[in-house]
Design a protein around this ligand. Structure first.
Ligand SMILES: C[S@@+](CC[C@H](N)C(=O)[O-])C[C@H]1O[C@@H](n2cnc3c(N)ncnc32)[C@H](O)[C@@H]1O
Length: 267
């Protein structure tokens, strides 16, 4: 039986790898690196991770091209589905033809495999087709949302509050009054613009964990121009941008205002 690992590598810095991720990598015969035009740097970080943690010559690397998702279609979900099916076709071929029975293969997943990453569902989709059989397992990684909070030295939620994780596309569905703590990823629209007149703080970060990291925080209306300018400049300079942010309503329960008899929500 073939075995596939989806190994979470953390979001940015090769030092974010967990001991479990490193120990799993040592068992792998073949690493599959998926290349997308314009994202060569992300493949580079994966190669750096392999060189940093593994002995040369003890593993194979197979690269494959995947196409960019076509943007701008009428139905976003349908577009993503089609793109995932194309990606599944490439991955199926890799598992079928580029590893032998009894071997272990792995995909190095940016951040954590469970957060806005389609690879788990793609493997399940391939198995359902019944063309190839394999076991699979996911290894957790440090997500971009966690890195963002740590880099800004803030907890993800204040006492007893909820934390929502959303995409830029979905952010618009929230009424300003509903914004307590929202972490936003995958936002190519700068959707935070919709809340610019609200009493909301933003904790923004781009290229987190890398040498190009940029961090900005403050009252949204005060820093919005800076963020938009830096975003534009960085994207032009590097050709791509990966950024995330937390929006947080200014009022909220702070440590010194907590009723000392009610510790239910405090850990
Ligand atoms: C397809 S999602 C994958 C998320 C990933 N699985 C994780 O655990 O963070 C990609 C989005 O995550 C965010 N992201 C990932 N890595 C990042 C980084 N190093 N700096 C800033 N944002 C990042 C960006 O919003 C990016 O558009």
């Amino acid at each position: 039986m073939k075995k596939i690992y989806l190994i979470g590598i953390g979001a940015g810095n090769p030092d974010y790898l967990t001991v479990q991720a490193i120990n799993t990598m040592k068992k792998v015969d073949v690493f599959f690196l998926l290349e997308k035009e314009g994202c060569e740097e992300l493949v580079g970080i994966r190669k750096e991770i392999l060189e940093k943690y593994l002995e040369e010559g003890r593993y194979r690397v197979v690269t494959a091209e995947i196409c960019e998702r076509k943007k701008g279609g009428r139905l976003y979900e349908q577009g993503v589905e089609t793109w995932r099916q194309q990606k599944a076709g490439v991955i199926l071929e890799l598992i079928k033809h580029k590893m032998n029975d009894g071997e272990t293969g792995a995909f190095l997943i940016w951040g954590d495999p469970s957060l806005y990453d389609g690879q788990l569902e793609i493997l399940q989709y391939i198995l359902k087709q019944g063309v190839v059989d394999f076991e699979y397992e996911a290894i957790p990684g440090i997500t971009s949302v966690q890195v963002l909070a740590e880099r800004h030295k803030i907890p993800l939620n204040r006492i007893g509050e909820t934390i929502v994780i959303a995409t830029g596309r979905r952010l618009k569905e929230y009424a300003p009054s509903e914004v307590k703590n929202i972490a936003v990823v995958l936002d190519s629209y700068a959707a935070f613009r919709h809340f610019r007149d609200e009493d909301i703080d933003i904790y923004w970060g781009a290229y987190l964990g890398t040498a190009d990291e940029i961090l900005i925080s403050g009252r949204l209306k005060d820093v919005i121009e800076d963020i938009q300018k830096l975003r534009k400049e960085a994207k032009k300079r590097k050709g791509w941008i990966m950024d995330a942010y937390i929006l947080r309503r200014v009022e909220g329960l702070e440590m010194d205002k907590v009723d000392s008899h009610n510790y239910d929500d405090i850990c």
